[in-house]
Design a protein around this ligand. Structure first.
Ligand code: BGC
Length: 748
């Protein structure tokens, strides 16, 4: 009898406790039902708390909320006033913080941990601009997959990448984060990177953020945080497509940009967020501010105070406040006063909660915090191998006039320049958790590649680029024995990234002096440029025959450089930003309009006076978009179309013959462009529409084909509607945006 009573009461207890389990914790219910239940239990304070993202680690912006101190932030968390932390990394810290959220807050809502995993977490890949130059979407997807694997093993759920700001501005330090000046190519990278980061959103992946929405790459004069002002036509056609592609690829979140557009800060732009992003593109995910960008609307002069800034942001469709605190400090009152409808607040909160449910955090909040997994994942040998391949893939050969490269078995190598041996400069500002001590410099890479050669290193210039006159003699002496001189110039690593705008993009006088000393020896000089943006290379190009642009290659930089110098990897990369002749030429980009008075460089005389040109420099850039050499040489011929007239629902096959005229196998990046000859509104002189990375064996001729559907001839009008216009088009195929074959196509 006693036993029966005991069993009964146990059963009753189970039923009761089950009945008491809130629906939001019930795994069997749909996410929607669980979210609805949770929202119904939340106070206004707890709701607002979910919209609050707090910095918990190194500063990646001005210290807006630091007065709170660590204790203050813990208190905020325990009060349910934090929905997400940024910059808290590593399983140990994230686990401890997550425990507080789950076990010490009233509703136990887990946190989202976010971090800028831009081009790798611990294993750092080449900067995205360099990766762009590889035109290798498969490699980009793999790199982001690895970055996601490492980041998620270290407790992170969410990266603030990919950055998809098209930019024509090498003065802007952040060009390193994107894929250059072309909207089509950048859009393809958007898809690859979103896919790589997010995968199936399991615990080996992270949520992606497409940023900075919108058009941040067009900040005036390349000055960080500066104004953007452009037509809607330009916005829709040249700046929005990569963000759109990322959204269509399923990017979970979108970040507002710092800039204004049409006189309105992006964070509060009803046009950008509600109309374009949510309306035209149907994005129903979460929009996070950029660092303090909600609060900065006061400095912009758009909001009179924090309360107004928070209201303007949420009413425009933005959700989470990174670091500015305006949501946290004012939104409860605004909702209670009826200035913000509860439904608007609920919608924003739901978007945050949805991500947490999607990741399964309510059911297993600690699944990202496994220290053993973290240890086994970071810097795994296969990650390093992939990073090395990527680095080699991004090396852009700008000049090889005398065929000095590849180096055939040099016995004695002289390496010059501080950058060649500086581990500090192989990584940029956005290095994730990459550590300098784990990087391979150029000097190290060359030593590993040529273990039997005698290698001499002379720093000659310091980090700031000043030449040490004492090294002139040393160079002279060492050069006597050398078969080749590898001279490294460029910018130190930390000059690539946010808040690093520059007005002078030339190598320093000291670096030029070092090069001159090397040249005076009469030995072959290979100029290696290490920088996170296109520099002004005019003087170097004039005076030196061999130039390899190495960008900033991450953890395996030096090995990547050595693989290309030795010829173990035949370079194939092509720049995705035009290289300016001088700073005065910026912005210079390939997809410009023709003007009413076009000019071709080289045309002189009275007939070429009243034309659109400079009097002191050419119009064309030093190296055009899509430019890069290889140890192979290629001959393009026989560009043809399967038909010369197509209808709007048809497509045409474009074919071209390419012969590898060298004795080395090579990968050629074949580029197809179009021009809409007569159009209202008018179109640029060239627009990239497709490309292919094609392996062509030595001596082989390959026919490369592109399927060009008529839809690719379309563009956007100023309202974002698609226009497809009948008429004449030119189709170009070539090895870069300048050197192309062309053929005519008619759209009916
Ligand atoms: C940058 C963002 C970055 C954020 C968080 C901001 O200053 O503009 O790109 O994701 O900081 O670190």
């Amino acid at each position: 009898m006693k036993k029966v009573i005991l069993t009964l009461s146990f059963a009753l207890l189970t039923i009761l406790s089950f009945a008491q389990t809130p629906a939001y914790k019930n795994v069997k219910l749909s996410d929607e039902a669980r979210i609805a239940d949770l929202i119904s239990r939340m106070t206004v304070e707890e709701k607002v708390g979910q919209l609050n993202q707090v910095n918990g680690g190194v500063l990646t912006g001005p210290s807006v909320a630091n007065h709170l101190g660590a204790q203050g932030k813990v208190q905020l968390l325990k009060d349910g006033m934090v929905g997400s932390f940024l910059n808290v990394v590593g399983t140990e810290q994230t686990l401890a913080t997550q425990k507080m959220a789950v076990e010490q807050t009233r509703l136990g809502i887990p946190l989202l941990f976010a971090f800028d995993v831009i081009h790798g977490y611990k294993t750092v890949f080449p900067i995205p601009l360099a990766e762009g130059a590889s035109w290798d979407l498969v490699a980009a997807e793999r790199a982001t997959e690895i970055a996601a694997k490492e980041a998620s093993s270290a407790g992170l759920h969410w990266t603030f990448a990919p950055m998809m700001d098209v930019s024509r501005e090498p003065r802007w330090g952040r060009v390193m984060e994107g894929s250059g000046e072309d909207p089509y190519l950048q859009a393809r990278f958007a898809e690859a990177r979103v896919k790589g980061f997010q995968g199936n959103l399991d615990e080996n992946h992270v949520l992606a953020t497409v940023k900075h929405f919108a058009a941040y790459g067009a900040a005036e004069a390349g000055r960080e945080y500066n104004t953007v002002d452009m037509s809607r036509y330009a916005l829709y056609n040249y700046y929005l497509p990569p963000y759109k592609a990322a959204v269509e690829a399923g990017a979970a979140t979108v970040m507002n940009s710092f800039n204004i557009y049409d006189g309105v800060p992006s964070s509060a732009s009803d046009f950008l967020v509600n109309k374009v992003l949510r309306g035209q593109w149907g994005f129903d995910g979460m929009v996070v501010s950029d660092w303090a960008s909600f609060g900065e609307m006061i400095a912009h002069g758009y909001s009179k105070d924090a309360e107004e800034a928070a209201i303007q942001s949420i009413m425009a469709g933005s959700d989470m406040d990174m670091e500015s605190g305006v949501m946290r400090t004012t939104m409860v009152k605004s909702v209670k006063d009826g200035k913000v409808p509860m439904a608007v607040l609920d919608t924003a909160v739901k978007r945050v909660l949805k991500l947490k449910f999607q990741l399964g955090l309510f059911d297993n909040p600690y699944k990202y915090h496994d220290a053993a997994k973290e240890k086994a994942t970071l810097l795994a040998p296969e990650h390093l191998a992939e990073a090395r391949k990527s680095a080699a893939n991004t090396m852009t050969l700008l000049k090889n006039d005398k065929g000095v490269l590849p180096l055939s078995n040099p016995q004695n190598i002289l390496v010059l320049g501080h950058l060649a041996e500086s581990q500090d400069d192989v990584l940029d500002f956005w290095k994730g958790q990459g550590e300098h001590k784990n990087t391979v410099t150029i000097l190290e890479g060359v030593k590993l590649k040529y273990p039997n050669s005698e290698i001499t290193f002379i720093s000659a210039v310091n980090r700031e680029g000043a030449f040490d006159p004492a090294s002139a003699k040393e160079i002279k002496k060492a050069a006597k024995k050398a078969d080749v001189i590898l001279a490294t110039i460029g910018l130190f690593g930390d000059l690539a990234g946010e808040a690093r705008s520059l007005s002078n993009l030339s190598p320093s006088d000291g670096q030029m002096e070092m090069l001159a000393n090397a040249k005076a020896s009469g030995k072959p000089v290979v100029v290696l440029v290490q920088a996170g943006r296109p520099m002004v290379m005019t003087e170097v190009v004039k005076n030196y025959n061999t130039i390899l642009y190495t960008w900033i290659g991450g953890t395996q930089h030096g090995n990547g450089v050595a693989d290309v110098l030795s010829g173990d990897v035949n370079p194939s990369a092509k720049t995705v930003m035009s290289f300016p002749v001088s700073v005065g030429q910026i912005p210079v980009y390939y997809n410009h309009y023709n003007t009413g008075r076009p000019h071709e460089d080289g045309n002189e005389g009275p007939a070429h006076f009243w034309v659109s040109r400079y009097r002191d420099i050419p119009n064309e850039p030093l190296f055009p978009f899509g430019y890069g050499l290889s140890y192979s040489t290629y001959d393009y011929s026989d560009l043809s179309l399967s038909k010369s007239v197509i209808n709007q629902n048809e497509s045409v096959t474009v074919s071209v013959k390419i012969k590898n005229t060298s004795d080395v196998d090579g990968v050629e990046i074949v580029q197809m462009y179009i021009r809409d000859v007569v159009s209202q509104p008018l179109r640029p002189v060239k627009e990239l529409k497709d490309f292919a990375r094609v392996l062509i064996k030595a001596g082989e001729t390959k026919t490369v084909t592109f399927e060009l559907p008529a839809t690719k001839l379309s563009f956007f009008d100023q309202n974002g509607d698609v226009l497809l216009q009948k008429g004449a088009f030119k189709i170009f195929v070539g090895t870069n945006s300048r050197d192309v074959l062309e053929v005519d196509l008619e759209l009916n």
